[in-house]
Design a protein around this ligand. Structure first.
Ligand code: PEP
Length: 263
């Protein structure tokens, strides 16, 4: 099954508008003309979305497509109203956002987001035709106590519960073992492949073999230029969600280049 890989940068709480501009001035010329067979997504903080959409609109003027797609790091599960600090999916659409990360482990842990809330956000993102990047993953304690399958199975079942087949296919799953996020510890390619195959089988159980073979599953957790090629060579890994190593233009570019198998 031909699944187009995605390399997505999650900048977390880094890079306001001016640093976003500096990054893009360096990064866009690197990817220009490379015609990588993948999608490149950048998810800056909310306040930098107007800047990135303005720069990308200008960069794509007169060409046949935007070189980079825009992601948001989160979205509200509500439409509008008295939700201080929240940003709606419709507001994101106005800024040309196409992807929205939901359920990142930092939000699950620090903001206490539940599977139920994450499911509501995922559904709301689809209402606005955004592609959710739905994050799942186990902690080290859960892995070590043999709970990997139970944890992933609950997260996948709760997140994708009752979705239409089309919405499942427009969702991108990001398997991110919590113990590998921002720690410098990467899952081995064998561990990552095993978890991705498990996630794909869980999707098959819920939404059928066709959806499972077409849905894209990204790996996230200390992806770097040095490990990108090996991880991306795994049959069930369809790209990467990259935190720390996406903050520097050359390093994000190298992850994409090597992840696409370019010499
Ligand atoms: C992430 O935050 O989604 C992530 C994978 O971070 P890092 O690459 O820094 O581990």
């Amino acid at each position: 099954m031909n699944r187009k890989p995605i390399f997505a940068a999650n900048w977390k709480m880094n890079k306001g508008p001016s640093e976003t501009e500096i990054f893009l001035k360096s990064f866009l010329p690197k990817i220009h003309g490379q015609d990588f067979p993948c999608e490149i997504v950048i998810a800056p903080p909310f306040v930098s979305l107007p800047k990135i959409s303005e720069i990308l609109r200008d960069a794509s003027a007169g060409s046949d497509g935007q070189p980079v797609r825009i992601g948001a790091q989160d979205c509200s599960c509500h439409d509008a109203g008295a939700y201080t600090g929240e940003v709606s999916v419709f507001m994101l659409r106005e800024l040309l956002v196409q992807y929205a990360i939901v359920g990142h482990s930092e939000r699950r842990t620090i903001q206490g987001e539940s599977d139920t809330l994450i499911h509501a956000k995922l559904r709301k993102a689809r209402e606005a035709m955004l592609k959710p990047v739905f994050c799942i993953g186990e902690t080290l304690a859960q892995r070590e106590s043999g709970e990997l399958e139970r944890v992933l199975s609950t997260q996948v079942a709760e997140g994708l519960r009752g979705l239409d087949p089309k919405d499942v296919l427009e969702t991108v799953i990001a398997y991110e073992p919590v113990w590998a996020i921002g720690t410098g510890v990467t899952a081995s390619s064998a561990q990552a492949q095993e978890a991705h195959a498990l996630v794909r089988s869980l999707v098959a159980g819920l939404h059928g073999a066709d959806a499972a073979s077409r849905v894209r599953i990204l790996y996230g957790g200390s992806v770097k230029p040095d490990n990108a090629a090996e991880l991306m060579a795994c049959p069930d890994i369809d790209g990467a969600l990259v935190g720390g190593a996406s903050l520097e233009p050359q390093s994000f570019f190298e992850i994409i280049r090597r992840g696409c198998g370019r010499p």
